[in-house]
Design a protein around this ligand. Sequence first.
Ligand code: G1P
Length: 296
Amino acid sequence: MRVKKAIIPAAGLGTRFLPATKSMPKEMLPIIDTPVIQYVVEEAIDSGIKDIIIITGRGKRAIEDYFDDSPELEMYLTKKNDTELLKLVRDVSSLVDIHYIRQKEPKGLGDAVLRAEKHIGDEPFAVLLGDDIIVNDKPCTAQLIENFEKYKKSIIAVEEVSYEKLSSYGIIKGKPIDDSIYVLEDIIEKPTPVAAFSNIGAVGRYVFTPEIFDCIRSAGTGFESEIQLTDGIRLLNKSQNIYACKFKGTRFDTGDRLGYIKAIVNFALKNENLKENIIEYLNEILKMEKEKGKKL
Ligand code: G1P
């Protein structure tokens, strides 16, 4: 069965970006001029997804407005004959069929995914976390879907994470079956470095068989008294194989302040209109910092 639906959980409180996220969704933070969530939605579309369910929460209206039509703005741009901007604005709202479901309380990622159960029904689906931007010619989700079609079982994207970051991820234990695929043996949510099975962490991309819903429900609350997706995966793994895929691509964790800044610098360096000025500026401040270092 083809993977046509995707869930994008975007109900998190965004505490790492306070105070900005007090009144704006963290998913709307821009990488230069494009909100993070647009990259995630585009990845889903480029991976063949036709139907997207965004799980929102209180204070997330801006996401719905962003993907909606914007008649006043369109009228203004039409009057000004600004066809380029008009196309940009219209393209955003015509990207794909997007549905919104509200998670009433932030009860964890597993709970957010469960909210979409009725909409997904009995078919495989993808999950893309709103914090991660992954850049690659073949999108990460498309790589997962390709492997899902081969193995017909749930598959999660993984990459090596540094020792200091082990306790920020779901960490897997897996048996490699080729260069990029592991059979999952176990997974644990945000372990201490000592308790971690490996240095391989789950990043925010998954494809699941629909049995994951029952497993999330049965697993109940876990780490930090929240309903964890990782616990659902762990339970599902007891009744069916799950695979982990070392995806190709560069990931930016835009939910982390440093990751966010790195994403902006990288995207600026890829932008022909900005590249030269940014390089010049970076060289300038590096030189200044070095000078300061000398004086110390
Ligand atoms: C979530 C998951 C975690 C996963 C991570 C990837 O954590 O619970 O298993 O490794 O996303 O970004 P969060 O970053 O939402 O705390």
